[in-house]
Design a protein around this ligand. Structure first.
Ligand code: FES
Length: 273
């Protein structure tokens, strides 16, 4: 059982849990994820690790209440326990000195970008971060991202904070500038990651995205997290979750997401009722 040490509401329907998990905290690296269950009837929820504190023996998880399982998770309070927490899973982000890197986070995806940006900064890179949300009230991790970035650019769809634009607009401006960008890392909604990939592709700038498809076992056995990368089938849980954005088949990923949506909605209504 894994105790929730801290519960914090970051934005409407976005929660942060700091969970006691010393063994996971000891081994966790940026880019990795965990799979948790609230109770023994609950679905397995994959969440990227937003932070880890080795001294305290805790990991920070941030999630949005979008479906039945995450709504159920959000009902837990500080002091409650998660039934299980497996991890760290997946391959860590490849961190080295690339020179100037751009870290792009959209919506809830800003949380998993944070430890990567911090790792890249610690490795001596100039880190330019672009974070975006629909509006200011759902923008998370602004201060944290500012602390690990040499430059922080904020975009919102409605212009309530920063530039009224999608994250790809300032990204394109950076690519057009005289800076040499060694790497772009993008995490957010699939559609955002697809457009980031399309933005960097003509410039030939290596681009990494972190995929978070449906996951069941997290060990490469069930096939639930299958994604097509470079026309090969890969499993996000063991081969990823990060992949070369220019090789990911985003269309098939979005089609699979749509396939799962009606079921998730039904389940959510059931729980809410
Ligand atoms: Fe089952 Fe990846 S979650 S194969």
């Amino acid at each position: 059982m894994y105790k929730i040490l801290v519960k914090q509401q970051l934005a409407p329907s976005v929660q942060l849990f700091e969970v006691e998990a010393p063994l996971i905290a000891k081994k966790a690296k940026p880019g990795q994820f965990v799979i948790l269950r609230v109770n023994d009837q609950g679905e397995r929820i994959p969440l990227t690790i937003a932070d880890f504190n080795r001294e305290k023996g805790s990991v920070t998880l941030i999630f949005q209440e979008v479906g039945a399982s995450t709504v159920e998770l959000g009902r837990l309070q500080q002091g409650d326990f998660l039934l299980d927490l497996v991890g760290p899973l997946g391959k860590p982000t490849h961190i080295e000195k690339f020179g100037t890197v751009v870290c792009v986070g959209g919506g809830i995806g800003i949380a998993p970008v944070y430890p990567i940006a911090r790792g890249l900064k610690e490795a001596g890179n100039e880190v330019i971060s672009i974070i975006g949300a629909r509006s200011e009230d759902i923008l998370i991790y602004e201060e944290e991202m500012a602390a690990v970035s040499d430059q922080l650019i904020i975009t919102t769809d409605d212009g309530s904070k920063g530039i009224k634009a999608l994250v790809t607009q300032p990204l394109k401006e950076l690519l057009d500038s005289d800076k040499t960008i060694g790497l772009v890392v993008a995490i957010g909604p699939v559609i955002m990651m697809k457009f980031v990939a399309e933005t960097t592709r003509p410039y030939g700038v290596p681009t990494v995205v972190s995929l978070n498809p449906i996951m069941v076992d997290g060990t490469g056995m069930c096939g639930g997290c299958r994604v097509s990368v470079g026309q090969e089938n890969k499993f996000a849980c063991v081969d990823g979750p990060e992949f070369d954005a220019h090789k990911v088949d985003f269309e098939s990923l979005m089609a699979r997401q749509r396939m799962y949506k009606p079921h998730e909605k039904q389940h959510s209504e059931y729980i809410a009722g």
